[in-house]
Design a protein around this ligand. Sequence first.
Ligand code: FAD
Length: 441
Amino acid sequence: MDASQTRPPVIIVGAGLTGLAAAYHLRSPYLLVEREAEVGGHARSRRVGGYTFDVTGHWLHLRSPRARALVAAVMEADALVEVERRTRVHSHGALLPYPFQANLFGLPLAVVQECLCGLVEARERAARGAQVGATFAEFAVARFGEGIARHFFVPYNRKLWAEHFDRLSAAWVAGYVPIPSVAEIIGGALGLPQEGLGYNARFLTPRGGGIDALPRALRSALLRGGGGELRTSCGVEEIDAIGRRVKLVDEPTWRPYEALISTMPLPELCARLVGAPAAVREAAGRLRWVRWRYLDVATRAPAAADYHWVYVPDPALPFFRVGVYSNACPAMAPPGCASLYVELSARDGAIDEAAVVAGLVQIGALARAEDLGFLTVREIEHAYVVFDDEHAAATATILGWLAGRGILSCGRYGAWTYDSMEGALLAGADAAAWADARRAA
Ligand SMILES: Cc1cc2nc3c(=O)[nH]c(=O)nc-3n(C[C@H](O)[C@H](O)[C@H](O)COP(=O)(O)OP(=O)(O)OC[C@H]3O[C@@H](n4cnc5c(N)ncnc54)[C@H](O)[C@@H]3O)c2cc1C
């Protein structure tokens, strides 16, 4: 028996897209453990009575040749369809194209005037060398002016981030906000079309309905490859980072590792660490995230509006974003029906279903209240990582300490960052290269 067969396999925690991609790329033997019965993590789908629901909108963008090659290797050539994004903003009773700041036409004229005057004043302040504040709200005012911040950025993001909104750092969010030119903002206020701005003007979606087609294709490729073992319904209970061993739920003995790839949320990893120093435990206490509640909604009639998703800044409406899966992929609902997701502002307490349904009619997602088939409440514990003043130092402390103990914590929640499904595929490939290199050293 050669030495490589007696050495412990690379342990991968979590079979979301990052963990699956890591296993797919690994040359070393691996053990991939997933707490849930199904692979996919946040990229999973539920099917009920002919309707398909993802964990809210999961639209795939593949910009990197590496990610495209991986998807092409595991999925049939025609398994994905490309869709031109139809996104709207519902504001003051109007359905505007996205993004708000470049499509003011259609708002009440006084609001358009307020937004444009605010933009001019913001540019004057910038020309005088005014400092931009550190928070997201200050960034929005400095970049777009008081009006655009007041009518869109502040109310929308307050609904999305809830109590964390005031801590959000401008440095991070700024990278994700489309910044149109002055000509585009004025053109949009006059009614010239400005759609297609921003990072996601087109996306891919599985033709058959449900983003879980991607993790399932990866799982099939792993099973065909036979380079390791995938165990579902198998959670990691504790990690002894000093002794370099892992305890799985329902297994009496510890398993040693030379390289551990963890994709579980960083606070959960820290909670399972045995022997972590005080600095790491304190840093873990400074990690913040936003929890979401959302609804799977099935309708008995087509959606009244044709958008794929709509942003809803109005504080009077109980949701901040609504999407119609079946407008992007008809296979996600029975013929003549629609499947929707509704991202709710309130994280706790009873849900006023009548107010939600009335709101859906108001924004055109439902033609009539009677069209509602059923709705189901769902939760996402770690929806978005909160990028506040503590984020950079806390994650650096934890990830640095883990790296010194043969643990790479990666993926959107492992690295404790904001990332896409494409990012997860690439993070998994990089993690595999890291683990193979450790074993070869
Ligand atoms: C609301 C929302 C909308 C999104 N929309 C998009 C979009 O439109 N487009 C896009 O590209 N991306 C989108 N994303 C991002 C995308 O979902 C993630 O980037 C990607 O799915 C992350 O994959 P991952 O494998 O890193 O993490 P995860 O999917 O979280 O996988 C981690 C896995 O670890 C498992 N696990 C956790 N703890 C343990 C344990 N103790 N033992 C064993 N297993 C464990 C979990 O069950 C899970 O399967 C969205 C995310 C959210 C939350």
